[in-house]
Design a protein around this ligand. Structure first.
Ligand code: SF4
Ligand code: SF4
Length: 209
């Protein structure tokens, strides 16, 4: 899931506009409680209290252009009429809304990371979308996300008494070793992986099947 938090100074951005359309997200932002029905309604009411015109709509998944077109089919006039759109969704959704509407878009949320939900308000980053998943080799633990040095071939020299030298957590590679041992796959721990092509991550990526 894409983890988001509400932009603290959102209403400052809205100030200079008079007609605002708020779009929420029925998927990740609803689960994060940052852009669902309740949050869209609350924001619309706050904007109306500033003596402005505001309309809100939650789209099932604003990151999907097709769904955006479908869910906003009956709001064409309202969107055309709006001076600006506030996107209560992740940055992908905000950009998809911008492409779809050709309107100015204010991102109402800050996009944090791809994460696991333990409970609402407690999220853990689990994947950096490297494009070459090695989770099977590492016992289901991502070293690219969890090891501060992004090491791919075992612990660095800074590991002491199973602890990471960068933070006070258990060393990712100790956890990976223990997990592989549990699965009876200690041999996999010895496998040497080639250096990761970090330039791949800095590129703007596309995928076409
Ligand atoms: S290796 Fe880590 S960063 Fe790469 S795809 Fe798998 S979980 Fe994501
Ligand atoms: S101690 Fe372990 S988790 Fe910390 S940087 Fe070194 S290899 Fe990575």
């Amino acid at each position: 899931m894409i983890i988001t938090k509400t932009k603290s100074n959102l209403l400052d951005y809205v100030k200079k506009y008079n007609k605002i359309f708020v779009i929420g997200c029925g998927t990740c932002a609803t689960k994060c409680q940052t852009g669902g029905e309740k949050e869209v309604e609350e924001l619309v009411n706050k904007i109306k209290n500033m003596n402005k015109i505001a309309i809100g709509k939650v789209v099932e998944s604003p990151c999907d252009l097709r769904v955006l077109k479908r869910d906003l089919m009956n709001y064409k006039n309202e969107i055309n009429d709006a001076e600006v759109i506030v996107a209560l969704c992740c940055g992908v959704g905000a950009q998809t809304i911008s492409e779809f509407s050709n309107k100015e878009v204010i991102p109402g949320l800050d996009t944090l990371f791809i994460g696991m939900v333990e409970r609402i308000g407690r999220f853990y980053e689990k994947c950096r979308a490297c494009g070459n998943c090695i989770l099977y080799e590492t016992g289901g633990i991502c070293p690219i996300t969890n090891c501060p040095k992004r090491l791919l071939n075992g612990p660095c020299g800074g590991m002491r008494d199973r602890k990471c030298e960068v933070n006070d957590k258990d060393c990712t590679w100790v956890i990976i070793y223990e997990r592989l041992k549990k699965y009876g796959r200690e041999e996999d721990f010895k496998k040497i992986r080639e250096a990761f092509d970090w330039s791949n991550i800095s590129k703007s990526r596309e995928f076409m099947r």
